[in-house]
Design a protein around this ligand. Structure first.
Ligand code: HCA
Ligand code: CU
Length: 380
């Protein structure tokens, strides 16, 4: 599963998030931040969407980013021409292939889709641009239809084919099967795109890589249509556990929080409390048993090293679940010298109060300080 590439779609899929409105300046900030982070591609809203979208595409294509720029358009000649004219490095085309979309959305049949796709791909290639062909709603499309189209576009030299779980219905096992099958049919790269309606977007991305996919679509904190897609940070969490050296070597992980904050602020949401890596409690250890083990050796209850992302671990020491090891560590942080027996005694006090009401850090600290103060007072 190493060697995957990220197609970062905050500036395309992410713009489909309910709250998203990115002005040009914000788009440029986000594009530069993602580029600095090290994503491979930055995907931009179609120039056919609006006049400003077209101008923004041109502006970002001109920035001279290290990441390749892409724009995402419908699979037809007029969109493809507009896309090429923006100056981006590559064009992602998409068309619905499920019976739902063929009947109720664009009304075209598979032969028509195949012929149009071939015309569009040949045109984009002739302009010297990278080209990806993807089928919307792939998991509710007929497998024979899908494989027919993908093998046809593979033969004429498309750079990538894409599978999209547009409605978020796919399970990891279905993803594995479809990507595996496709891997046996095409020789080009395989990109995958997973919506998160049932919470499977990260797992599905991982399974796609296991089955031979090469590219994963992400957005920052997962923003997109409905409840969004595979989040960049969540994918990093999943992948650093799989291959720490690759992930650490390739991406500036310590920038993740900054990028998430930038995007969260731009779309006026908070980063969720349980967000992988950057959620406020992602590295907080609370129960006495956990705290003791973590203080001894973090690998006991931490699969991800917080410092890889510039984050820090936090050992909770102000609850009814607290054990004396956490209090000992806190006393050391406060520079208070106490014997083990004393630590155990103050732990009893803290737990007794925490059984009555929630304690703030300050409450627990005061108890420890007072206890320590009284110890020295006793001595005099
Ligand atoms: C959408 C389009 C898309 C496209 C994915 C792709 C999807 O419905 O808004 O180009 O691979 O989820 O199908 O985002
Ligand atoms: Cu999508």
């Amino acid at each position: 599963v190493s060697n995957f590439k990220i197609i970062e779609s905050t500036l395309r899929e992410g713009e489909q998030f309910a709250n998203a409105f990115f002005d040009t300046e914000t788009k440029i900030k986000i594009a530069r931040a993602l580029d600095d982070f090290g994503v491979d591609y930055i995907e931009l809203t179609s120039p056919a969407a609006s006049e400003q979208s077209r101008k923004d595409c041109e502006a970002i294509a001109k920035l001279g980013l290290r990441a390749k720029t892409l724009t995402h358009v419908r699979c037809n000649m007029s969109d493809a021409k507009m896309a090429v004219e923006t100056g981006v490095d590559g064009v992602d085309v998409v068309i619905g292939t499920s019976s739902h979309l063929m009947e109720h959305s664009h009304g075209k049949d598979i032969t028509y889709i195949k012929n149009t796709a071939i015309e569009v791909i040949e045109y984009v290639k002739s302009c010297g641009k990278e080209i990806r062909f993807s089928s919307e709603d792939s998991f509710r499309s007929d497998l024979v239809d899908l494989l027919t189209i993908y093998s046809a576009v593979d033969k004429i030299g498309v750079d990538r084919v894409g599978i999209a779980d547009t409605v978020g219905c796919a399970t990891p096992r279905q993803v594995y099967d479809l990507v595996r099958t496709l891997r046996g049919v095409v020789s080009c790269d395989i990109e995958t795109h997973f919506h998160n309606d049932t919470g499977c977007a990260i797992a599905n991305a991982y399974c796609a890589l296991e089955a031979g996919a090469t590219h994963i679509d992400t957005s920052v904190i997962g923003i997109g249509e409905r409840n969004g897609i595979t989040p960049l940070g969540g994918l990093m969490a999943r992948m650093i556990v799989a291959d720490r050296d690759y992930v650490k070597g390739k991406y500036k992980l310590e920038k993740l929080k900054e990028i998430e904050d930038l995007v969260a602020e731009a779309v006026e949401v908070n980063v969720p409390f349980n967000n992988p890596i950057t959620g406020f409690c992602a590295f907080t250890h609370k129960a006495g048993i956990h705290a003791k083990a973590i203080l001894n050796n973090p690998s006991t209850y931490e699969i991800i090293t917080p410092s890889d992302f510039g984050m820090s671990r936090y050992v909770h020491f102000a609850s009814r679940l607290t054990g004396w090891n956490a209090i000992k560590s806190r006393a050391e942080q406060l520079d208070l010298r106490m014997t083990e027996a004393q630590i155990k005694a103050v732990t009893v006090k803290i737990k007794a109060l925490a059984d009555v009401r929630p304690l703030a850090i300050d409450d627990a600290d005061s108890i420890i300080r007072n206890f320590h103060f009284n110890l020295s007072a006793d001595k005099e």
